[in-house]
Design a protein around this ligand. Structure first.
Ligand SMILES: C[S@@+](CC[C@H](N)C(=O)[O-])C[C@H]1O[C@@H](n2cnc3c(N)ncnc32)[C@H](O)[C@@H]1O
Length: 306
């Protein structure tokens, strides 16, 4: 029996073309991708060449039906958690990054928790959000008069059309711009640090590496050195048709996330487990699919980091 790729497999697995990961050949941080399935077998995957386009497909295909996703039923619970964790005041300028239809923007504005600017790449999702805001205002004209309108902006998280230090708080939830590739993530955090005022707070969710590794689905693969998950999936569009899609997610340990935030001038002040639609309100455990981190923008941030 050899020791290279293919060693230690059953005959059927070798016939399928499966290879076992050779940790010496592939576990190089900057080297070849190390995609492996739930059994540690080499599992070739496409590289996320255009991860932003793939992420935008959710908003573009689902549009108004985005809020039919099961997790959206927990929007009010999530908004309560965000309002408390960020200590939001009615006059706070609040950035909702990767907002899609702005479900958090609208829920927070309705609570008197900030004046939101909802940013997303997807024009279709933003238009659906505008329509929902209009419908809510029409249905409750007296109450809506007191709710600050959401400002809707189509833009890329890596190049926000907002001045430096212009927002009091920011949220980025459910892969709202953050969570696509390691390089992309750093660029997004640097932009968030730039637009937050000193002392301003960020609430961000990220996929948990512990969860991804423990509960890797049979069709998924994880590149452990990069913390990158590939999950072939299907997006159901507004007409009920399914579209095959590649879904990449960066996954983090709490320590790695804290270091990345720190590198751009955002100091972590709190960390909780997060289940989309059902915030846990307690420290994370390995069965939490995501992490919620709150970080404060430091008074000065190094030029090099932004
Ligand atoms: C799964 S949705 C999450 C939406 C919302 N934050 C929520 O929790 O419901 C992810 C959104 O991020 C947007 N997005 C992905 N990459 C982005 C980028 N680089 N800049 C702006 N928006 C982005 C997508 O268009 C999509 O609407």
């Amino acid at each position: 029996m050899g020791t290279g790729e293919g060693a230690g497999l059953t005959g059927a697995e070798r016939a399928e073309g499966r290879e076992r990961v050779d940790p010496h050949a592939r576990a190089d941080w900057r080297g070849a991708p190390a995609w492996a399935d739930a059994h540690g077998r080499w599992s070739p995957r496409p590289e996320p060449a255009r991860p932003t386009e793939a992420a935008r497909a959710v908003g573009e295909l689902q549009g108004a039906s985005y809020e039919r996703n099961a997790f959206a039923r927990g929007t009010e619970a999530e908004a309560d958690e965000l309002c408390a964790r960020l200590a939001l005041e009615p006059d706070h300028r609040l950035l909702d990054l990767g907002a899609a239809t702005g479900r958090h923007s609208r829920a927070l504005a309705a609570r008197g928790c900030g004046r939101p600017v909802a940013v997303d790449l997807s024009h279709t999702a933003l238009c659906a959000g505008v329509a929902r805001e209009h419908d809510a205002a029409t249905a409750a004209a007296d109450r809506a008069a007191a709710v600050p309108p959401v400002q809707w902006v189509q833009a890329d998280a890596r190049a926000l059309p907002l001045p430096a230090a212009s927002v009091d708080a920011a949220v980025s939830l459910c892969q709202g711009g953050f969570g696509l590739t390691p390089d992309h993530d750093r660029a997004v955090l640097a932009e968030l640090a730039r637009v937050l005022r000193p002392g301003g707070r960020l609430a961000l969710t990220a996929y948990s590496l512990a969860f991804a590794a423990r509960f890797l689905a049979p069709e998924d693969a994880l590149d452990l050195p990069r913390g990158l998950l590939h999950a072939p999936t299907e997006i159901r569009d507004a007409h009920g048709r399914d579209h095959p899609a590649d879904h990449w997610s960066t996954c983090y340990s709490p320590a790695h996330l804290r270091d990345l935030l720190d590198a751009v001038g955002l100091e972590t002040t709190g960390l909780w487990g997060w289940e989309p639609g059902a915030p846990t309100g307690r420290p994370p455990v390995v069965t939490d699919p995501e992490l919620l981190v709150v970080a404060v923008r430091q008074a000065s941030i190094r030029e090099a980091s932004i």
